[in-house]
Design a protein around this ligand. Structure first.
Ligand code: DGL
Length: 256
């Protein structure tokens, strides 16, 4: 069975790596819509049209048994459309507000996401439904996905630039400090160690990737067989630069 994993860029690899560990018998196709990256600032209507175009083409070519939308920004607008359009299971990646609300001791939670994700009705309804008794701060980071890609490709990133993007996550209300920060963009787990180093105090950086992998696993049948096909990656802009090819090969993905 083929599982299609989609993101605007290479952040969705944080979800792919968990899903592959849990479902080694399936073939994975990773798609980075780098022609649209970053999508965090796209207007909702234009982004919906773009994403549906991309998915229609991918579904026709790969005939996947499941789609994992490994992108919060896309998931918060596109999931109902995809579920209406295709009959296969569609697994989304949405801000982990419910687990954060369950986990916080101080009652101060921040959600670090793209500007698009923090504006979406979907995100606001998650807060209203699951975090009524918690103070949730939505932090829209303008450049963090781009910085994460830079870090993934080069191994270094400007600390001051990262610090400027995450500093709004930390609040201290009469001694009640933020103790959970939701990583609500799939790019951010790759910067988690940098975040830990730059944070003014230790917090729980909540990465939902494994939970998404487990959810996907629960929706598919498992044969237990070992696959003999190569997992692949596709970029909508065409063949990427050598440093990207190297990164993909490190993930065991052949770029097609
Ligand atoms: N990885 C995407 C997410 O989870 C966002 C990256 C972008 O801005 O394109 O929201």
């Amino acid at each position: 069975m083929t599982i299609l994993v989609f993101d605007s860029g290479i952040g969705g690899l944080s979800v792919l790596r968990e899903a592959r560990v849990l479902m080694p018998e399936h073939r994975f196709v990773y798609v980075a819509d780098d022609a649209s990256f970053p999508i965090g600032g796209w207007e909702e209507g234009a982004l919906t049209v773009r994403l549906l175009d991309v998915f229609d083409d991918l579904v026709e070519r790969y005939q996947p048994s499941m789609i994992i939308v490994a992108c919060n920004t896309a998931s918060t607008i596109i999931l109902p459309h995809l579920r209406k359009r295709y009959t296969i299971p569609i697994v989304g990646t949405v801000p982990a507000i419910k687990p954060a609300a369950e986990r916080t001791a101080s009652g101060q939670v921040s959600v670090l996401a793209t500007p698009g994700t923090v504006q979406r009705d979907y995100t606001r309804s998650l807060v209203a439904e699951f975090a009524r008794d918690v103070n949730v701060r939505l932090v829209g980071a303008e450049n963090l996905a781009v910085l994460a890609e830079e870090f993934m490709l080069t191994g270094s990133v400007d600390d001051a630039a990262v610090e400027a993007e995450i500093s709004d996550c930390f609040t201290d209300r009469l001694g009640a400090r933020t103790d959970v920060v939701v990583l609500a963009c799939t790019h951010y787990p790759f910067l988690a160690n940098v975040f830990r180093r730059l944070a003014p105090w230790p917090v729980d950086w909540l990465n939902p990737a494994e939970a998404i992998g487990r959810h996907a696993q629960s929706l598919l049948e498992h044969s237990g067989e070992i696959k003999d096909v190569q997992d692949v990656a596709e970029f909508t802009k065409g063949r990427p630069q050598p440093n990207m090819l190297r990164l993909m090969s490190g993930f065991g993905l052949k770029v097609v």
